[in-house]
Design a protein around this ligand. Structure first.
Ligand code: HEM
Length: 619
């Protein structure tokens, strides 16, 4: 599961003197104080101590590895918004920092992405800069929760948000320019008190001001710092809405009915607050946001979610799955690959040709390995890649075996035609060759010393081969349907549903013997017992072998099915040998007794009748 942090910040290591550039005072500038450390100043005033993670991609990546973060979506800081400055200065400033963000991301090995900023005081300019930034590679935009006196329900801002929806841009709303500062001169109160209230104001303004009613459902907006005080005080808002006509605002629904229209991040720093937030907003609406690398951010990114009592599937949602939806990462990956195609199109005279890399999605594929050990253990990459290749081959096996089932069903419908039988045998031969590779492949993993595996095994629990959906699908598809195994897939509802479908569908075993029935080779009495049915099926196979000249094609299918069965048992055996070589007779991470449990599976056969027929043959 990819861990994605959607709220963190950067400052470039250097930027032009903005006060001189625009001829106005009090712009942010950076003062390097010692190697790897700097202060951000606003005019003569100290603003914040920062360190090299703000500008050094290597440092960021190291700390991401330390914290198990796969991707950061970084944004500049609100002190650079400049919404209170002339729009042309705010636009120029936005462009400087938007381009700097992409330069930083370019050195991030695909793990750093960015949100742009825009001159929100000028809606046209803001829309144009958003479009330019999206084309350049930003995933969306970070905006402040107000522009001077204008809240987020201001018609101009709603127009801008509509443009974000049209462009497919994710929107992160960050509090800034906190009110009441004259009463909060000390103790960072603008950050600890003002910011949560500003964010709450942003959400309430959007709801009561009718902004969500005007905007399409496709708009993806997230409010920073858990949405500030919003969730905790939603009851108060709801109560006012119900009992005070003046508190109703312009919205069509009650405030609590808008919770599925926006996201919040997880930066609340208290497990009880996080739990309450998830209870209120729903597990689909909270995403990892850390405020890294600032002192008020989470110091071990993701720790709050990981150490919470939330169920594993909720943690997965919060740590990355929700962010994938919020950022529309699958669509963005498609756009990137289209952009790669475009670049190669321009570079090559043979236009409209796919590249090797875009066709095979190589960049995406190479992004999918996320070791969990810290510091990263050298052999964990091998462990991940070997498993991933098994899963890819499982996918191909399911693809081919589904086609074999369809061919056998067609063969049954049209016993005169030989094409489908031939095709079934041809594809089964491919399946046996793939399985032969799968048996062999364990040797690669056996180059890993048991001590090396133990060094990161603790990180895997409770993940286990029991949860390989495709392996279980293969068993079900071939005819070994054990409903009890569904319990390992409860945390992943899609996998559970897919396996339930497989349970109901005709298996390869069913399709093969149905075809023999249609050919008149197999008759089973309606009231026959299980044993009698089994014997009848075995005798039907026997009858094929006894008349070889008439049934060469069907015998070929039988031989391929037998070989496949044999190779799968071979796979089970080699897996057990690997398990014993690496962890001896220890328990498995999935909670089974380990190798002694796995040995019980050696007796499993997909087509026992094919084996029985051999016993029945006489000279
Ligand atoms: C260091 C290497 C490995 C070890 C120590 C290991 C260990 C185990 C253990 C102990 C089990 C029993 C379930 C449990 O309690 O977790 C299991 C099941 C399983 N493993 Fe592995 N395994 C390894 C590598 C692999 C690989 C490379 C694959 C390839 C896909 C794989 C696929 C499976 C599958 C599909 C099951 C379920 C088998 C069944 O239910 O019949 N394992 N593994």
């Amino acid at each position: 599961m990819p861990v994605i942090d959607i709220h963190n910040h950067f400052f470039p290591g250097a930027w032009p003197d903005l006060a001189a550039r625009y001829g106005t005072p009090n712009w942010p500038w950076i003062k390097h104080t010692e190697p790897g450390k700097a202060d951000v100043m606003i005019g003569d005033r100290f603003f914040r101590h920062i360190y090299s993670a703000c500008w050094d991609p290597q440092k960021r990546l190291e700390e991401m590895d330390r914290d198990g973060v796969a991707m950061q979506v970084l944004s500049a800081t609100p002190v650079l918004f400049a919404y209170d400055r002339p729009a042309e200065h705010a636009l120029d400033c936005a462009q400087l920092f938007n381009d700097a963000a992409l330069e930083l991301c370019a050195q991030g090995k695909g793990r750093l992405r960015a949100l742009c900023q825009v001159p929100l005081q000028d809606v046209d300019a803001a829309c144009k800069e958003l479009s330019r930034s999206m084309r350049a590679g930003h995933l969306g935009v970070q905006i402040g929760n107000h522009v001077g006196e204008k809240n987020l329900d201001d018609p101009g801002i709603v127009t801008f948000l509509q443009h974000c929806a049209d462009e497919g841009a994710a929107v992160l709303v960050h509090p800034w320019d906190m009110f009441g500062q004259s009463r909060m001169p000390k103790y960072m109160m603008p950050w600890t008190v003002g910011m949560p209230a500003e964010t709450q104001l942003g959400i309430v303004a959007m709801i009561l001001g009718g902004a969500f009613d005007k905007l399409p459902r496709s708009i993806r907006v997230c409010f920073a710092h858990g949405g500030g005080s919003f969730a905790f005080l939603l009851g108060r808002l709801q109560n006012a809405w119900q009992h005070h006509p003046v508190a109703r605002g312009l919205c069509e629904l009650a405030p609590k009915d808008y919770l599925n229209r926006f996201y919040v991040d997880s930066a609340v720093f208290d497990p009880r607050a996080l739990k309450y937030l998830v209870d209120t907003m729903g597990a689909e609406r909270v995403m990892l946001g850390s405020d890294y690398p600032f002192p008020l951010g989470e110091h071990r990114v993701g720790e709050l979610i990981r150490s919470s009592d939330l169920p594993q599937h909720t943690k997965s949602r919060l740590l990355g799955e929700n962010a994938e939806e919020f950022l529309n990462l699958s669509r963005n990956a498609a756009i990137e690959s289209a952009q790669t195609d475009k670049a190669s199109e321009l570079a090559s005279p043979e236009s409209h040709q796919l590249t090797y890399s875009s066709y095979l999605r190589v960049p995406e594929l190479l992004q999918l390995q996320h070791p969990q050990s810290r510091p990263q253990h050298h052999d964990e990459l091998l462990f991940i890649i070997v498993h991933q290749t098994y899963e890819l081959w499982f996918k191909e096996l399911l693809h081919d075996l589904d086609a074999v089932v369809a061919n056998l069903q067609d063969a049954g419908k049209n016993p005169e035609s030989r094409d489908e039988v031939y095709e079934a045998a041809r594809l089964l031969r491919r399946c046996t060759e793939i399985t032969r590779v799968l048996v062999e492949q364990f040797t690669i993993l056996e180059t890993m010393l048991p001590t090396h595996f133990l060094a990161f095994r603790g990180k895997l629990e409770p993940a286990s081969g029991f949860q390989s959906e495709q392996f279980r699908e293969l068993e079900f598809l071939c005819g070994l349907k054990d409903e009890k195994m569904l319990r390992y897939h409860r945390p992943t509802p899609e996998a559970h549903a897919q396996l339930e479908r497989r349970l109901k569908e005709p298996s390869l075993h069913d399709a093969f013997f149905e075809a023999l029935c249609s050919m008149g080779k197999l008759q089973i009495e309606k009231n026959a017992s299980e044993r009698e049915r089994f014997d009848a099926r075995a005798r039907a196979v026997l009858s094929l072998y006894r008349d070889e000249p008439s049934h060469r094609d069907w015998i070929d299918v039988c031989e391929r099915l037998t070989e496949f069965d044999e190779l799968v048992v071979g796979w089970r055996l080699r897996h057990i040998q690997l398990v014993e070589r690496v962890i001896g007779t220890r328990m498995g991470t999935g909670g089974s007794a380990g190798s002694s449990y796995l040995k019980l599976t050696l007796d499993k056969k997909f087509f026992p009748e094919l084996w029985e027929a051999r016993t029945l043959l006489t000279e």
